[in-house]
Design a protein around this ligand. Structure first.
Ligand SMILES: [Zn+2]
Length: 632
């Protein structure tokens, strides 16, 4: 979900830095074998600093295991002769500025540091004349206990429980802003004795870890930083790409399952786009409430120890985040003004690849696309906003819903149309846009040009410039799905809701028993959606109709977030199941679908065919198919 901006120069730099991590950290098993992780303390990298190039060492030392704090020190050198004052910035990600005097403690510096009173979160070094270009800034960040009031309110600030302490770099490490100057940045993360460190920069290490900080020089690269004792870890290497998964907490082993998903989709992303970043694929799980975040260097998710293995919806989410390396962050970077493109197309193409790789079955693909279409049409922005419209804030309110869901339906439409014309399919657009190697993010005009060149001029007019989506059933039919309705259960909370407020509760219903009250206002829920489109049949006559058909039934840890006065509460509630739902499902025409879920890239004259050629020279491994035992 996070979008990164980077110039092309940095893509190259990134590849080099990443190779450095792999060699230095020496934690990878042999090719194609699952091996237990062999862990070693990382070698020292400080000798690589030279005096005349700007370099910064970020040292994070955790003191304590219960009620820990992070002592941060930032040492820089090579900054003499700057034409602007040296600025340090701590991003307000997670809203730390709301609790500034709690959060940023014992700030000291040499030379002296002061807050820029005109810009919250920014600091200036008072540099004396004849300054030698070196500085040292230190401060302490508290780690909130998981479940404490501050953690519930500001859950993106660092937190700890008995399994791990964890936070994000972007709101714990100040970015050193030296204008356009390239800065070498190294992170050194020091856990209490006997504990491990996991980060997107250095993977997993026993004891302290040192790794280059990746990403563009004009911002702090955001990565999770976890310190604790992992319960599970898996590392494998395929075609030069390291796959690493680490779990902090009890319960089922999610790491093997997660790696299987990554190992199934990533090689297809590479083959179908002609691009491999060669960066490690890193996946971290922590047992606590929360959610999942996809960052450039790692995917991190919280989990409930009662969870069974990964659901198809979660696998799709992982595949979505991994696909952002190909669309959004690295290979094809896109402008936020067209967020429906990199979010919606990523959502569709990751689902398509999950089906193509056997990570999900064809039935899940069709029912999920049908549900995505229903969600897009439920968004209040639907038919009010066109994708090509200028000035739309795609990340706000129901525009965002339309961007993700409507964008995915548009992507499906384009894929189907291209195949009708005998062309390879939508991945060709991603391969072509990436092969252009433009320094600028993709804009609407490049998408339009590509569509017009590929016989999609009229689709552009009717569904990008104009409002509204095509009937999903028609698209599914072309792919090889024919509709059928299947009786399913509905999720019953016993809530009557009006405009987002609880107006009446069934006194015997699950919500009343869990502690919800009339007057509570809904602000969130888990799970967010039902994975298939369900309608409520006429036999259902209850007036307590809240979320009957839109929340996935039978999920452990189902909860609703409400606002009650000034308080925000997350209340766990297990809905009961009632009869009377009708799910839109589809009969699969398997031979036809096998064609739809195959992709043969067109040759381009951009040079990336060499890469495809190389891939084809290698032995093609059978795709990983595993039985559908993980579904709900
Ligand atoms: Zn996304």
């Amino acid at each position: 979900m996070t979008i990164f901006r980077r110039s092309f120069v940095f893509i190259l730099l990134l590849v080099l830095l990443t190779a450095g991590v792999v060699v230095r950290s020496n934690i990878l098993g042999g090719n194609d074998k699952v091996e237990p992780l062999t862990l070693s303390a990382n070698t020292d990298t400080t000798e690589e600093f030279s005096d005349n190039e700007p370099a910064v060492l970020y040292k994070i030392v955790q003191h304590g295991i219960n009620d820990p704090v992070w002592k941060i020190s930032i040492s820089g050198k090579g900054f003499a002769g700057l034409d602007k004052p040296l600025r340090l910035r701590l991003e307000n990600w997670g809203e730390w500025q709301d609790v500034d005097d709690y959060y940023l403690r014992e700030l000291t510096a040499k030379p002296a540091i002061r807050r820029d009173t005109s810009k919250a979160g920014e600091f200036l070094l008072d540099v004396p004349t004849g300054w030698n270009g070196a500085f040292e800034v230190s401060y302490t960040i508290p780690i909130a206990r998981v479940g404490s009031a501050i953690n519930k309110r500001l859950h993106l600030l660092p937190s700890w429980n008995e399994y791990a302490a964890g936070g994000y770099s972007v709101n714990t490490l100040m970015h050193v802003d030296a204008g356009d100057r390239a800065i070498r940045r190294i992170a050194q993360i020091v856990p209490p004795k006997g504990l491990f460190v996991a980060s997107g920069w250095g993977g997993l290490s026993r004891g302290e870890q040192e790794a280059p900080i990746l990403g563009p020089a004009n911002e702090m690269d955001n990565t999770p930083i976890l310190i604790g004792m992992p319960s599970r870890q898996h590392v494998e290497k395929h075609d030069g790409v390291a796959y690493e998964a680490v779990q902090f907490g009890p319960g089922n082993d999610l790491t093997a399952d997660a790696l299987q998903v990554a190992k199934a989709v990533v090689p297809l992303y590479e083959r179908h786009s002609g691009y491999s970043s060669k960066q490690p694929v890193r996946i971290f799980f922590v047992a606590k409430p929360g959610g999942a975040t996809g960052l450039r260097s790692a995917f991190i998710s919280t989990y409930d120890p009662d969870d069974k293995l990964l659901t198809p919806a979660f696998k799709h989410l992982m595949a979505h985040e991994l696909f952002h390396r190909w669309l959004g962050a690295d290979f094809v970077r896109a402008n936020e003004a067209i967020a429906w493109f990199h979010e919606g197309f990523t959502d569709y193409l990751s689902l398509w690849h999950c089906a193509a790789a056997g990570v999900i079955d064809y039935d899940y693909f069709s029912s999920r696309m049908s549900a995505i279409d229903a969600e897009a049409r439920r968004a209040s922005a639907y038919r009010k906003v066109a994708f090509a419209q200028e000035g739309v804030r795609w990340r706000s309110g129901s525009n965002e819903e339309l961007a993700y869901r409507g964008g995915a339906v548009l992507a499906f439409l384009i894929d189907v149309e291209l195949r009708k014309q005998g062309r390879p399919g939508l991945m060709q657009m991603i391969a072509d846009l990436g092969a252009q190697k433009s320094a600028e993010p993709v804009t609407l005009s490049r998408i339009r040009a590509w569509m017009e060149e590929h016989g999609l001029g009229s689709i552009y007019k009717t569904h990008v410039e104009s409002k509204g989506l095509p009937p999903i059933g028609d698209l599914l039919a072309v792919a090889g799905f024919s509709p059928k309705e299947v009786p399913v259960e509905l999720t019953y909370f016993g809530i009557r809701e009006e405009n987002g407020w609880i107006v009446e509760l069934d006194p015997e219903g699950p919500a009343a028993k869990a502690g919800f009250r009339v007057g509570d206002q809904f602000i969130g829920r888990y799970p967010g959606y039902r994975s298939e489109r369900v309608s409520v049949s006429e036999q259902v006559t209850t007036k307590f109709r809240y979320a009957l058909e839109i929340i996935e039934p039978g999920i452990a840890g189902t909860s609703l977030d409400v606002k009650r006065g000034k308080e925000e509460l997350t209340i766990r509630v297990q809905p009961s199941l009632i009869q009377g739902g009708l799910a839109s499902r589809y009969e699969a025409d398997v031979p036809k679908l096998k064609k739809f879920f195959a992709f043969q890239p067109e040759k381009t004259d951009s040079g990336n065919e060499n890469f495809i050629g190389r891939l084809q020279d290698q032995k093609v491994r059978p795709l990983v198919f595993f039985p559908q035992i993980y579904g709900y």
